[in-house]
Design a protein. Structure first.
Length: 223
């Protein structure tokens, strides 16, 4: 199976976690795009969606799925999103698509987080994928020095010749060279650094379920 077929497989499998008549939380990325496409098949049976990015909002709206502001609704029954890495405890690294802050907000608003990913995203220790950190631009150099003191190398994510700007108007640092063996403590620590908007470790908002696409089919992990 190709990567595209694997993504479509878990996107379709995630439909079983969508509660009819309710609003579903929707993440961002290429795997989530497959879920959004599948969700269109039952759009008349849901109330709509809360989206974690402008890109996902546009895709949902184009398929005729109503999108609500997070502040206009209460708790969501389920949030469905991808991951850049996932470990054996359901802890994640996210933010490859630069939507980590809004993703974490919607995850926190949801009772259950269902992660959809392919088997290549499964790791023993988080940190192989460059860790995204959304930062206020004036703090980026100082935050990079704090990561350097931990043995990491932080680089501002670029869009051509200029820094990438997130949906929130901020920049992203991508940090390499770290092994994140205590994700809960690491997330708590980095989120306290002045100028950090969100660190891309999702430990306090971990996955409750992971639908992992493998060559043998969809493997379901529960925590």
């Amino acid at each position: 199976m190709t990567q595209d077929e694997l993504k479509a497989l878990v996107g379709q499998a995630a439909l079983q976690y969508v509660v009819p008549g309710e609003i579903v939380g929707v993440g961002t990325g290429s795997t989530v795009n497959k879920f959004i496409d599948a969700l269109a098949s039952m759009k008349d049976r849901i109330a709509g969606a809360v989206s974690s990015s402008v890109a996902s909002t546009q895709r949902l709206a184009a398929l005729g799925i109503p999108v609500f502001d997070a502040n206009a609704v209460g708790e969501l029954s389920v949030y469905i999103d991808g991951a850049d890495e996932i470990d054996g405890n359901g802890y994640l690294v996210k933010g490859g698509g630069a939507a980590l802050t809004r993703e974490k907000i919607v995850a926190a608003q949801s009772r259950r987080f269902v992660c959809i990913a392919d088997a290549s995203k499964r790791v023993e220790v988080l940190g192989r994928f460059p860790l995204p950190v959304e930062v206020i631009p004036m703090a980026s150099a100082r935050i990079a020095r704090q990561f350097a003191a931990m043995g990491g190398t932080a680089r501002v994510r670029m869009a051509g010749d200029t820094p990438l700007v997130t949906d929130n108007g901020q920049h992203i640092l991508d940090v390499t060279g770290l092994e994140i063996r205590e994700p809960l403590a690491f997330e708590s620590m980095v989120n306290q650094w002045p100028g950090v908007v969100t660190v891309g470790v999702f430990a306090h908002q971990k996955a409750n379920v992971c639908l992992l696409a493998t060559a043998e089919g969809v493997q379901t992990l529960n925590w």
